[in-house]
Design a protein around this ligand. Structure first.
Ligand code: NAG
Ligand code: NAG
Ligand code: NAG
Ligand code: NAG
Ligand code: NAG
Ligand code: NAG
Length: 617
């Protein structure tokens, strides 16, 4: 210690000719073995070296002294070797010194990137670039490069050993497979350029659930040809494919697990929806197409609703429809004399025609024809329209006899017809002035207080579509004989020996008895038919005669005079002797052509003495 102090005091005297060799600054890399040499080469004797740290820390190195130099040996450079060191060299009496600044750097490894290999499409992601054992850390600079473009940069801070730089972005599908680089530089002077910058590049792996799924291929397939569909999808990892056929009946059939679906010799049943399901770890998606099998119309139907056999007046709808194969249009026609006359047509697959009230003439054949570009198909339907089984009943039937002033209802019933139409007629073509009440299946002709004028034959006529049926009844009204007329042929004035025919007409019900009497005698004669034949008349027959027409309700009389002119040659016979009903009837029938009524009519029915119309007298 004393000698050293002494040496120092002498130093200014001996400096002149010697030079201390020591680099003024050095840069060491952490971990290296380095040496630092201080020397005075010009000294002829042994030089004494002293190393002194100028910073507040020891030197942490071993000194290797030799004759003309001293070596500081740093076995493994560390950060705490940074220092400013003074080297004092004493050559004889002369002491010289020099100082050196030691700087240390550490940048041993390339940066490490993480987070790049499971990026998810569209989801924000952070890539991390890590570097460690950095010194001096304040000189650190980092850059993220996408391709060769800088997308992010940052700097280090003092006194930190490790750094983690992150880069946040949202990956797109274009990013997949692209390189991203983390470039780190330690900008310290003196670092060899190849050590100053370190970088790491990685390829990004962008994962995605299946997307952009689509099916390509021809979906309209001619019958018998093949179906070839390809399912395309993006997605990572590479997705798996599953084909499923959804049949129109709701059934679903798995068709394979390849990207391509191939079906040979397609039939109609191959038509339907084909679905491609695409999936990977991240999710699944599907796409579907509708496959049409091109064939001429095959399932063309014509149907009548409610049925094909109808009654007149029914409503019917005829449906024309084609299924199974797409059709361009359908035509519904009516076949008339072998020619189809169009009723309805439609650009779709079905049409219909409604007849609200069928007629017999609507019976016949209807044709449904379906067309498409591959052909046509027709089907026919026979529609049968039947008449109603109309029945008519009239109460009272055939005949009714009433008293004047009584009430009568003629009731006409129709059955077997949904909507009968009634009409009443009087056979004598007289207008019917009585009230008619029609309600559904019944019509009534109502006589309040029957009059003589109501007599006649009434007809109830019922119409049902094309069918008409009627029933009639004869109406009689009890009455005292009336409107009695007497016709005398050839005349009331005759020659003796001639014959006279007396015809009596009367309106009466019940039928009357007709009595002819000569007023000045007691003789009466009855007639059943009102015809009397007087033969071989004598002048004694001249006189006043009376006709008395009688029934239960009364009588009516007519009187007339017969005048017989005497003929002197042949004595005549008295009329009483010859008058007989039997003869009268015989003669009346044979000679006069009179229609004869008999008493049986008395019980029932009319007794209208017909007009006496002799052709020869
Ligand atoms: C199916 O279609 C694809 C694409 O059009 C084609 O390459 C392939 O040969 C077809 N397959 C068959 C069996 O026809
Ligand atoms: C329809 O009627 C026609 C003519 O009467 C006949 O030839 C044809 O066989 C009938 N068709 C059906 C389906 O009954
Ligand atoms: C009866 O005679 C009258 C008058 O001559 C006539 O108006 C009427 O129609 C006749 N009656 C019958 C039932 O012939
Ligand atoms: C009158 O009637 C009788 C009996 O039918 C007949 O024999 C006679 O010839 C008739 N007399 C005359 C003039 O027609
Ligand atoms: C006509 O005949 C009826 C029944 O016999 C009798 O009551 C009536 O008095 C007769 N009339 C005349 C005018 O003789
Ligand atoms: C033919 C005949 O009977 N003549 C009679 C007509 O009447 C007179 C008088 O009453 C009789 O004397 C006739 O004999």
């Amino acid at each position: 210690m004393d000698s050293a102090l002494l040496l120092t005091l002498l130093l200014p005297v001996a400096v002149v000719s010697h030079v201390v060799n020591l680099p003024s600054k050095v840069l060491f890399k952490v971990g290296d073995r380095r040496e630092l040499t201080c020397s005075i080469l010009s000294c002829p004797e042994t030089v004494k070296f002293v190393w002194t740290p100028l910073e507040d820390r020891p030197i942490f190195a071993t000194v290797k002294p030799q004759d003309k130099e001293s070596m500081l040996v740093f076995d493994s450079v560390m950060k705490n070797h940074e220092n400013t060191i003074l080297c004092k060299a004493t050559c004889g009496k002369e002491t010289k010194q020099a100082k050196t600044t030691i700087k240390v750097y550490s940048f041993p490894t390339n940066p490490v990137i993480s987070g790049h290999d499971r990026l998810k499409l569209g989801e924000e992601a952070t890539l991390t670039c890590e570097v460690s054992s950095i010194h001096p850390s304040e000189f650190l600079e980092v850059e993220w490069l996408y391709g060769d473009k800088v997308v992010y940069s940052d700097e280090g801070e003092p006194d930190r050993d490790a750094f983690s730089f992150s880069y946040t972005f949202t990956p797109s599908s274009e990013d997949d497979g692209k390189a991203i680089t983390c470039r780190v530089s330690l900008n310290v002077d003196g670092i060899p350029s190849e050590e100053m910058t370190r970088e790491t590049s990685v390829h990004m792996n962008v994962l995605s659930a299946p997307h952009n799924v689509k099916v390509s291929g021809v979906t309209a397939v001619p019958l018998g040809s093949s179906l070839n569909l390809t399912c395309e999808a993006e997605g990572k990892p590479k997705p798996a494919f599953t084909w499923t056929a959804l049949k129109p009946d709701g059934q679903s059939v798995e068709m394979g697990k390849h990207q391509v679906l191939f079906v040979q010799d397609v039939s109609l049943t191959d038509a339907g929806t084909y679905q491609c399901d695409v999936s990977n770890d991240l999710g699944s998606q599907m796409a579907s197409v509708s496959v049409v099998v091109q064939a001429p119309p095959m399932e063309t139907l014509i149907v009548a609703s409610p049925q094909t056999t109808l009654k007149e007046g029914d409503s019917v709808s005829i449906f024309c429809k084609s299924t199974g194969v797409p059709v361009t249009h359908v035509v519904l026609s009516r076949r008339v004399n072998g020619v189809d006359a169009e009723l309805k047509s439609s650009k779709g697959a079905e049409t219909s025609h409604t007849i609200p009230s069928v007629k017999l003439a609507d019976s016949g054949t209807f044709v449904c024809e379906a067309f498409n570009e591959y052909g046509s198909q027709r089907t026919t339907l026979n529609l049968t329209v039947e008449a109603h089984l109309l029945e008519v009943a009239l109460q009272p039937d055939t005949e009714d006899v009433l008293e004047k002033g009584s009430n009568l209802v003629l009731s006409c019933q129709a059955s077997g017809c949904p909507q009968p139409e009634f009409s009443w007629k009087n056979l004598a073509n007289n207008p019917i002035l009585r009230q008619i009440k029609t309600d559904g299946f019944q019509s009534q002709l109502i006589f309040d207080l029957v009059e003589l004028e109501d007599e006649g034959t009434y007809l109830c006529e019922v119409t049902c579509g094309s069918i008409m049926k009627s029933k009639q009844t004869n109406l009689k009204v009890f009455s005292p004989p009336r409107n009695t007329t007497v016709d005398i042929f050839p005349s009331t004035d005759v020659q003796e020996g001639q014959n006279i025919t007396i015809c009596c007409r009367s309106v009466s019900f019940p039928p009357p008895a007709v009595v002819l009497s000569k007023l000045d005698s007691e003789k009466n004669v009855y007639s059943l038919d009102g015809v009397f034949l007087l033969i071989n008349l004598t002048p004694n027959d001249t006189g006043l005669y009376q006709i008395n027409v009688t029934n239960d309700l009364g009588y009516e009389t007519e009187t007339f005079t017969i005048n017989v002119i005497e003929k002197r040659v042949n004595p005549p016979l008295g009329w009483n002797d010859f008058l007989s009903l039997a003869i009268c009837l015989g003669v009346a029938s044979a000679l006069l052509g009179v229609v004869v009524y008999v008493w049986r009519a008395r019980k029932k029915g009319s007794y209208d003495l017909t007009k006496c119309n002799p052709s020869t007298v």
